[in-house]
Design a protein around this ligand. Structure first.
Ligand code: GAL
Length: 367
């Protein structure tokens, strides 16, 4: 099927991507939607992201843009607004990161999941939050935030691991003993009752309608993948630990052929590091490690960026776009977007730097 969306519209400003450059919306302001998530419906793409001021705290909320061609984006306002109520969990000055919107066909609702840190607590809360809306543009209504899967063991945890008696205070961080203990489930057990930590995250909806929440957990040392309930508003008891002790964050998932692919980063805060990639025949694993998908000059820092999403272009086969943030912690609203084509080669995702590119030329053979 040939998609009309891939042809740039002539009278609009952009007809290509320039990764890392200032990217103006249709009003002429640099797009302010960091740590973004994407949703497609009826010929329109929606881009949700963190509205940043010069600093990184949420003073506005989750912003939404729309586009028909992926190059030219119209600012559609605030999809989820922070609250002026100081007692609200999403009060102004909290941390709202990596918003991801999915549509639930059972309830005809739009569900927004995000990473929430409570105001004035740094990154200690490590919660995921959820909001609901009637339209892709929102407004979304905040429901709740929590640490997921409280009182539930992961599927890939042995009886021995469940019963092992380990004291967190016994271990000094970054020692060999500590890394063995955490791989064995030190923090999974510690957080069993109160719920598992949830920081960087994404949501992936499979072809069968099942939705998965992927979180950086266990002090960011281990990824967790959890099946959401049928209405996508909560967690089921089905979840797994992935790459225990692997130190992955910024997860982005897509599907190609028989495989699910995941791209992540390592843990260096706002600073870039080398991306990682994985594949699996099932969202619940086992996930096989494939190394850094970025190739060539700049690959060791993922072209100075950190993953946030992989968008599969509608109407094309295997036209996947790696979407990443080039953070600017000195002035967060100036953070840039690095979008690059992903090619699957020998069953592995490959990302090369291109100064300027367009969907038609890069994915021409994929019609
Ligand atoms: C990064 C993470 C960002 C943000 C930042 C805060 O590692 O990917 O989403 O949380 O840390 O320092």
């Amino acid at each position: 099927m040939v998609s009309t969306l891939v042809f740039a519209q002539e009278n609009l400003e952009y007809n290509s991507f320039s990764p890392g450059s200032i990217w103006n919306d249709t009003d002429g302001s640099h797009i302010n939607a960091h740590g973004g998530g994407f949703y497609y419906e009826d010929g329109t793409y929606y881009w949700y992201g963190e509205h940043k001021d010069s600093h990184s705290l949420a003073n506005v909320g989750v912003r939404v843009y729309k586009s028909k061609d992926l190059y030219n984006w119209e600012n559609c306002g605030v999809a989820l607004a922070v609250s002026n109520d100081p007692n609200s969990e999403i009060t102004k000055g909290s941390v709202i990161e990596r918003p991801k919107v999915v549509y639930n066909r059972n309830t005809d609702k739009y569900i927004l999941w995000f990473h929430l840190e409570l105001k004035d607590q740094g990154y200690a809360a490590a919660r995921t939050g959820v909001a609901i809306g009637d339209s892709p543009l929102g407004p979304f209504t905040y429901i709740k935030s929590f640490r997921p899967n409280a009182g539930v063991w992961p599927q890939n945890f042995s009886e021995e691991q469940k019963n092992f008696n380990s004291e967190e205070s016994k271990y000094e961080w970054w020692t060999q003993e500590w890394s063995e203990a955490l791989e064995d489930g030190l923090y999974t057990r510690r957080d069993f009752e109160g719920g598992q930590m949830s920081r960087d995250m994404t949501v992936f909806v499979d072809d069968d309608g099942k939705a998965y929440h992927i979180r950086s957990s266990e002090e960011n040392q281990t990824l967790h993948i959890a099946l959401l309930t049928d209405d996508y508003l909560d967690f089921t008891d089905t979840w797994v630990r992935v790459q225990p002790g692997g130190q992955n964050e910024a997860p982005a998932v897509f599907k190609s052929g028989d495989y699910y692919y995941m791209i992540t980063s390592g843990l260096t805060g706002w600073d870039p590091n080398a991306a990682r990639s994985f594949r699996s025949k099932s969202m619940l694993g086992p996930w096989e490690s494939l190394g850094n998908p970025a190739k060539g000059k700049g690959a060791n820092l993922t072209f100075n960026s950190q993953s946030t999403y992989v968008l599969s272009v509608q109407g094309l086969k295997d036209a996947h776009i790696f979407m990443a943030d080039r953070w600017n912690p000195k002035n967060h609203q100036d953070g840039r977007y690095v979008w690059l084509p992903i090619k699957i080669s020998d069953g592995k995702p490959v990302i090369n730097w291109i100064n300027q590119w367009n969907i038609k030329d890069e994915f021409l053979n994929n019609f």
